[in-house]
Structures are given as structure tokens and as C-alpha cells.
Ligand binder design. Structure first.
Ligand code: OGA
Ligand code: NI
Length: 359
């Protein structure tokens, strides 16, 4: 494994490339034909299919019928899609919008100011432009900002942007609300899997969960049909809460071999199951592959909040979900160990979780 101390090559900011006005993208960003977004390949069918939309209003309703109905929707979405859009999720819409806008302003600041936060592959915290440290690797058309929210011992506000001035405060508030939502969904998933209500939360470390934010910035691209904003991957962590751009689509989810473009619903979160929940559920729930396409007209900002297990706990299939007929499909591993893979190799479909198979 290459060492994770520094990037193998000088880092190029995609935003600077985009703003330089070049007509053709550098070769490093050109994907092999099989990975390119097949714009011409959209069938009638695909355009009308979308991930489920779930209203969480009744998740904790006193009325058992309404409560169970909502649990049922979540169950189907987790089993069949690994993805859903959540509305009435309890997080303030105004807070969501302000947080996203503050990050848009961050990326619109002059390059020198952002460079103060330039990251390294040791922790990934800060302003970055690549995932993975393999020299000569294919690159994605995006920049990002990555930070730790939990545990508090890893939360280092001096690594969060000091400008715009409201950024740190908004982030603290935003994170607290999303963490609350994460706890509610873990309960719902535990119940749906036939586990004790607090099973998954405990497996994640109880109060000591990990949480990180990755803010993605996808600049306009002169040749969007040749590249990707983010290559196909499944999220390595527990569960992801994506706040997409309010008016530009880009996220695609893999379903039956096709790539479906998600149409974001205003004020919704796009929620998806990560690899750790796939492992804990012994593959009853699957972390589904997704990727991001870019366009030539508008840049796009998204906030991916990762709700993760405490990083040094062993994660393995719940004993209750292992039987003679369905043996444990994965060997135990800590999340710290697990996430080194994507941090070294970059996004590579579902190859990691598939390599964990215990047989
Ligand atoms: C991610 C991710 C999707 C998007 O950051 O892991 O999948 O739409 N982002 O930005
Ligand atoms: Ni993702």
C-alpha cells in the first residue's frame, strides 16, 4: 500500500480548471467508455422511475397503524433500493438552505483562501480534490471539503472554514439535527430487522458514534459526457444523509444495471444505506452503488453527512441475523480499518464490501 502521508502528484483544483475556460478536459478526467454517463441511453422507462419518497411525519406517531405503515415504507426502501428521499424529517428547512448556501459561498471564495485548508491523505480533513493516492489514477470532476463532526475528540473547529463567518455555527447546528435524525432511523431499521430497537445504535457505539461531512463541489464541465463528478462507489460508513443542490440534479443510483438520475425533492434528504449497515444486517440491506454526473451549464453543491460507527469497534453481522441457512457473510472489521481502502484506492464500485466475504 502506498503511504498515506501526501498526495502522489501536485493537486489540481477542478474549479480552477473549469474557470480557466478550457474547451477539452485533461486526459486524467476522461473515463473509459464503459464508465461514461450514457446520455443517449435513456429509455422511456428510466425517466419515470425514481427512488422511493418517504414521509417521516408518522415515524413516531402514537397511532400504531401510522407508525407501522411508515416502518413498512422504510423497510421496503432499505431492502429493495438502499436509497430513499425523506420528507418531514424534522430538520429545519431554513437551516438546510443556509448551510448549503454558506458552503456555496465558501467555494466561491478566492483560491488562496481555500488553499489554507488544503488537505492531505493522512486524515482527509480540509479542502481536497481527489480521493485515493494511486499515482496516475483517473480523477473525478469535483473538489470537496471534508471534516469530522463526531466524536467530539476529533472535532477540530480550527480545521473548519472560518469564512464565511457563520459557517462554523451553522455546521454545529446542522450536524446536531442530522445526528438526531440518524438515531431515529437506526431505531426504525433495527425494529424492521427484527432486532431490539437500540441494537444498531449500540453496535455503532451508542453515544460515541462517528460523523463526518463531505461537501462536494462539482464545477461546470465543458465535456460532461466524457467524465464523472464522482465515480461509482458505495458509501463505506453507516448511513448517508445527502442534501443535494436545490436546482441541479446529478446523483445517479444503480438499479438493475441501469443508472437512474435522482430528481431531488425540495427540502428532502436523500438517505442511503452504507457498507457498515450492509454488514450488520448480513446483507438484508444493501449499500447501493451511486455516482455523480456533471453538466456544462451549472455548478452543483451537495452536502453528504456520514453517520458512522465508532471507528475502533468491530462491525460484524448481528448474531440474530445469522443462521445455518444464512451464515455470516462478512468477517468482522473495524471502520478505521475498513475506510483505508477507499482512502487509498479511491471510489471503486462495490469492490470493497464484496471483498469482505467470509467464504
Ligand atoms: C458522496 C456522494 C453524491 C452527490 O459524497 O459519497 O455520493 O450527489 N455524493 O454529491
Ligand atoms: Ni456516496
Amino acid at each position: 500500500m502506498s503511504d498515506l502521508k501526501s498526495w502522489p502528484e501536485p493537486v489540481v483544483r477542478v474549479q480552477s480548471l473549469s474557470e480557466s475556460g478550457l474547451r477539452a478536459i485533461p486526459k486524467r478526467y476522461v473515463k473509459p467508455p464503459s464508465d461514461r454517463p450514457a446520455f443517449t441511453n435513456k429509455t422511456e422507462n428510466q425517466q419515470h422511475v425514481d427512488i422511493p419518497v418517504i414521509d417521516l411525519k408518522n415515524l413516531f406517531s402514537k397511532d400504531p397503524t401510522l407508525h407501522e405503515e411508515t416502518l413498512g415504507f422504510i423497510s421496503t426502501a432499505c431492502k429493495e433500493w438502499g436509497f430513499f428521499q425523506a420528507v418531514n424529517h424534522g430538520v429545519s428547512h431554513e437551516l438546510m438552505e443556509r448551510t448549503r448556501e454558506v458552503w456555496r459561498q465558501f467555494f466561491n471564495m478566492p483560491l488562496e483562501l481555500k488553499q489554507e485548508y488544503a488537505n492531505s491523505p493522512t486524515t482527509y480533513e480540509g479542502y481536497g480534490s481527489r480521493l485515493g493516492v494511486q499515482k496516475g489514477a483517473s480523477l473525478d470532476w469535483s473538489d470537496y471539503f471534508f471534516l469530522h463532526y463526531l466524536p467530539v475528540s476529533l472535532r477540530n473547529q480550527s480545521k473548519w472554514p472560518s469564512h464565511p463567518s457563520s459557517c462554523r455555527e451553522l455546521l454545529s447546528e446542522y450536524g446536531a439535527e442530522v445526528v438526531k435524525l440518524g438515531g431515529r432511523l437506526l431505531k426504525a431499521m433495527s425494529t424492521n430487522l427484527g432486532l431490539k430497537e437500540d441494537y444498531l445504535q449500540n453496535a455503532f457505539g451508542g453515544e460515541d458514534i462517528g460523523a463526518c461531512l463531505r461537501v462536494n463541489f462539482y464545477p461546470k464541465c465543458p465535456q460532461p459526457d466524457l467524465t464523472l463528478g464522482l465515480s461509482s462507489h458505495s458509501d463505506p460508513g453507516g448511513m448517508t444523509f445527502l442534501l443535494p443542490d436545490h436546482d441541479v440534479a446529478g446523483l445517479q443510483v444503480r438499479k438493475n444495471g441501469n443508472w437512474l438520475t435522482v430528481n431531488p425533492i425540495p427540502n428532502a434528504f436523500i438517505v442511503n444505506v452504507g457498507d457498515q449497515i450492509q454488514v450488520l444486517s448480513n446483507m438484508i440491506y444493501k449499500s447501493v452503488e451511486h455516482r455523480v454526473i456533471v453538466n456544462s451549464v451549472k455548478d452543483r453543491v451537495s452536502l453528504a453527512f456520514f453517520y458512522n460507527p465508532k471507528s475502533d469497534l468491530l462491525i460484524e453481522p448481528a448474531k440474530e441475523l445469522v443462521s445455518e441457512d444464512r451464515p455470516a457473510l462478512y468477517t468482522p472489521m473495524t471502520f478505521d480499518e475498513y475506510r483505508l481502502y477507499i482512502r487509498t484506492k479511491g471510489p471503486s464500485g462495490k469492490s470493497q464490501v464484496e471483498s469482505l466475504g467470509s467464504t
